[in-house]
Design a protein around this ligand. Structure first.
Ligand SMILES: Nc1ncnc2c1ncn2[C@@H]1O[C@H](COP(=O)(O)OP(=O)(O)O)[C@@H](O)[C@H]1O
Ligand SMILES: [Mg+2]
Length: 603
């Protein structure tokens, strides 16, 4: 039902094209139906017993189609053949129009679906992507959309053709000779049986192999992305085996599909052959008895073939429908998946903010059955001040950053910016005030300038200058200058690869270039040496006097200058104060500081 509604909605949206396409389809079917009549006339005119018109529909049609006086000569045969040629040309034109317009609708559907799905994907909360394989998301956008397109275009086109052709052929056959028509139907019953037997099997194997293929490509994609790990852990043999297993089941299912399709094809030819035999045998007796002309027999055979095609198409088309139905369900599940609050537009869009941040007894757990990742986290950062957060791996530091960016929502407690809960703001507007440097610095396969200027308008006249200035602040400019194309150097797939430290600095420059009111640094200096770190921090101090800053670090040296430092342990704040106060307190912080300074001296 859902599938049918969807098809109708698509045709309604492209009504003009649909009308043209369907008219061409009907006109083409009419041409196809009329051709055998001219063939009948030509055969009859050429036969030695002379011209004889059978009664019934075909006879009446033939009478109408004959120009003037009936003649029994070669001219007439040529005229008939000329008509066949003209009808064939017309059929060609109509076929072109039918395909062109109906396929056009399906391509339009494909385009719109992809656009809509992509927008929905962008709206999904960040956490949604965490437990999805990107291969699976990609196959939604590719093979599922393709399945829907095949239904909107080709499937409906073939079904539409047969809806007219089948009854027309049957009616004319009945009018030519009823007994012969019923006899000719016998193998058709056999073919129907074969369709009912083979089609579910072909469908089963086809759907299974579709799933295999998705598994296969998801696995391969993950593998290539993790090629270094695979090699470093000598997992190549294992991975090849895994892929071979997936490939094996894919092969088996495809072979199963091929076997059933081949048998079905054999049945089609077998039954249609039997059909022709029956018609020839009984038809010849009718001709001999004078109840049937040779031309009628020829036309009868041609119409009979017109009954087989719908049966063949039907199986294929049902498969397309079933597959498209499954794909539509998957697409619906994506489109109907409500994005969380952090993605819903609406709310305050302040022109500027001061940048005061308050965490009011914030607790968070990622899922019901997981322990709290943060518990009762309480702090206030005044505008322009810096908060340092230190703690061991897994203590909840990145979770604080994610909460502040509304990538996740707190389980308990409130987060306030300028005294208002963050939910009161429009998520986009609020994020536009935040410069975020994530823990893993993701860069796009684009130029360095485009990566750093990600948040800047392409036509911003100060763009180049802003990019240069903040790249300098991130202590990255000299290295960029030494690259072959400077800021225009391509990264990733089509260009150079940066080291971890270079990526971190590019991503710091990107956050600064947004000229934010709030900066969030998530452990983003871990891969740069302490000297560079010191210089970056000094630059930052000059740049960020007005900016509220949250610096997350594992290294104490990163946060020493912060106005306040909190120490996280298993999601709880265990110590807080300035560097001096925390060192004097003699807790975890002073321990860490001493150990790290000792290690630095030894190095
Ligand atoms: N998306 C997630 N789903 C479930 N648990 C998570 C997720 N992200 C982090 N965690 C868990 O939450 C805790 C805190 O993680 P995180 O904030 O990343 O720590 P840190 O940044 O201090 O290393 C860890 O126990 C981690 O395993
Ligand atoms: Mg972290």
């Amino acid at each position: 039902m859902r599938t049918l509604k969807f098809i109708i909605s698509q045709y309604r949206a492209n009504l003009g094209w649909f009308v043209i396409g369907m008219s061409a389809l009907i006109a083409g079917s009419v041409c196809q139906t009329v051709v055998p009549i001219y063939i009948k006339l030509a055969v009859d005119a050429a036969s030695p017993e002379g011209f004889k018109i059978n009664e019934g529909l075909a006879g009446e049609l033939a009478l109408k189609l004959l120009p003037g006086e009936m003649q029994q000569n070669m001219d007439f045969v040529l005229l008939c053949l000329g008509m066949v040629l003209a009808l064939s040309v017309a059929l060609g034109v109509f076929t072109f129009m039918k395909r062109f317009y109906l396929i056009r609708i399906s391509r339009r559907t494909e385009y719109n679906l992809k656009k809509k799905m992509y927008a929905h994907l962008q709206d999904q909360p960040a956490a949604w992507f965490d437990n999805k394989r990107s291969g699976g998301i990609m196959s939604l956008m590719t093979s599922d959309v393709e399945a829907v397109r095949m239904m909107i275009g080709p499937a409906v086109m073939y079904i539409g053709g047969t809806i007219f052709l089948f009854p027309a052929s049957l009616l004319i056959m009945l009018s030519l000779n009823q007994l012969l028509t019923w006899l000719a139907m016998i193998p058709l019953v056999g073919l129907t049986g074969a369709t009912l037997w083979f089609n579910p099997r072909v469908r089963k194997y086809s759907l299974r192999s579709q799933e295999d293929l998705e598994q296969l490509s998801a696995r391969a994609q993950e593998n290539f992305a993790g090629a270094r790990v695979v090699k470093a852990f000598s997992r190549e043999e294992f991975e090849i085996d895994e892929l071979r297993n997936h490939g094996q089941t894919y092969l088996e299912n495809k072979l199963g599909q091929a076997r059933n399709q081949a048998l079905f094809q054999a049945c089609i030819w077998g039954f249609s052959g039997v059909g022709v035999l029956i018609i020839l045998y009984f038809g010849a007796r009718e001709v001999a008895a004078g109840r049937f002309s040779t031309g009628d027999l020829a036309a009868f055979i041609l119409y009979n073939l017109g009954l087989y095609w719908p049966m063949i198409a039907l199986g294929w088309v049902t498969m397309l429908f079933v597959r498209a139905g499954a794909s539509l369900n998957r697409i619906d599940a994506l489109v109907e998946n409500k994005p969380d609050a952090g993605q819903i537009p609406g709310g305050d869009q302040p022109a500027d903010i001061a940048g005061e941040i308050v965490f009011d007894k914030v607790s968070l757990r990622y899922a019901e059955d997981l322990p709290f990742a943060l518990e009762d986290v309480d702090f206030r950062i005044m505008p322009g001040k810096t908060l340092g957060i230190v703690g061991q791996v897994g203590s909840g530091k990145s979770t604080i950053a994610a909460l502040l960016l509304r990538l996740i929502a707190p389980t308990q407690g409130r987060i306030l910016i300028d005294g208002k809960p963050i939910e009161a703001y429009d998520a986009h507007a609020m994020r536009s005030f935040i410069g975020y440097v994530p823990q893993d610095s993701f860069l796009f396969s684009d130029t360095i300038a485009n990566n750093i200027g990600l948040a800047l308008a392409p036509d911003d006249p100060e763009r180049a200058e802003v990019i240069r200035k903040y790249t300098q602040a991130a202590e990255f400019e000299e290295e960029v200058a030494s690259l072959p194309n400077g800021f225009d150097t391509m990264l990733g797939e089509r260009g150079v690869n940066l080291s971890g430290g270079q990526k971190q600095r590019a991503s710091i420059a990107r956050a600064l270039a947004r000229r934010p009111r709030i900066l969030v640094f998530d452990d983003c200096l871990s891969a740069v040496d302490t000297d560079t770190e010191e210089r970056i921090l000094r630059n930052l101090k000059a740049e960020t006097r007005e900016i509220t800053t949250v610096i997350i670090a594992q290294r104490i040296s990163t946060v020493v200058h912060a106005d306040e430092i909190i120490v996280l342990d298993h999601g709880r704040i265990t110590e807080r104060g300035t560097d001096a106060e925390l060192r004097a307190a003699g807790g975890l912080y002073s321990d860490l500081a001493r150990r790290q300074e000792l290690a630095a001296e030894l190095a």
